[in-house]
Design a protein around this ligand. Structure first.
Ligand code: BGC
Length: 241
């Protein structure tokens, strides 16, 4: 017998996107549709693991009921444990088991992966080599082959222009320091450098600063909606451990 129409389909997934400037969340139905508009609060500063966990619990309070939690974290994460958090607090986060901490607060299963990897799941079509980059406080990247996530590469911190990294040249600090024209030129150079590196079939650009792009993108590069940061929350349970 099919479920009554008025009961939300299960499992419902609380999808959280942790960013350097904002914490965003929504609840997704099993098809990845948002049950409510994505909500956002500013990332508390200074931030430490307990402050982050408290802020996420607060953030989820007004949202509909959920059965599991997917989290995109802005750094390297292995098995739910944070390894790096350059744009949050590089001192207090490494070694913090964010998945376990959130499981004990939410009382629900939690999966945590890199924010760009989660965003990528929400953006890709699942065909060929697809590269996703995110332009926000930092610069995120995720690579997929036929929908399967490749091991996470921290392209952000790889040298790109005169010994400076992608994040130095494309991140929020650079965007503020450079003229619009110069920042856009750097994005264009990055697209071509990343094309040479990965031979992508398609590239997606997401993140809060994607809306600031003012350049003609090649036909195989598209800007994705900022909601992609949370929409990837479903695929995490299909493809990740
Ligand atoms: C981090 C990445 C992250 C990106 C976007 C970078 O500084 O090293 O892991 O995906 O920022 O948040």
């Amino acid at each position: 017998m099919s479920a009554p129409q008025d009961r939300p389909a299960r499992p419902a997934t609380l999808a959280i996107d942790i960013g350097g400037s904002g914490l965003k969340a929504t609840v997704l139905d099993p098809n990845g549709q948002m049950l409510v508009e994505r909500i956002r609060v500013a990332t508390p500063r200074p931030i430490t693991p307990p402050i982050l966990v408290d802020a996420l619990v607060e953030l989820a309070k007004p949202l509909p009921e959920f059965d599991r939690v997917s989290v995109g974290f802005p750094g390297v994460v292995r098995n739910g444990v944070v390894r790096t958090a350059i744009n949050l607090d590089p001192q207090t986060f490494p070694g913090f088991d964010l998945a376990v901490a959130l499981e004990s607060r939410f009382g629900k299963p939690v999966r945590v992966i890199n924010d760009a990897d989660m965003q990528g799941y929400g953006a890709i079509r699942g065909e060929g080599v697809e590269l996703v980059i995110t332009l926000g406080t930092g610069m995120g990247s995720a690579l997929f082959c036929d929908g399967k996530l490749a091991p996470h590469l921290e392209l952000a911190h790889h040298p790109f222009h005169k010994g400076r990294t992608y994040e130095h040249e494309l991140g929020e600090q650079a965007r503020r320091r450079f003229t619009r024209r110069k920042w856009n030129r750097r994005v264009k150079e990055a697209i071509e450098a990343l094309r040479t590196l990965t031979n992508f079939d398609h590239m997606y650009i997401g993140g809060g600063n994607a809306k600031r792009l003012e350049l003609e993108l090649p036909a195989d590069v598209t800007v994705v909606d900022n909601n992609a940061g949370v929409l990837g929350g479903i695929r995490l349970w299909e493809s990740e451990k």
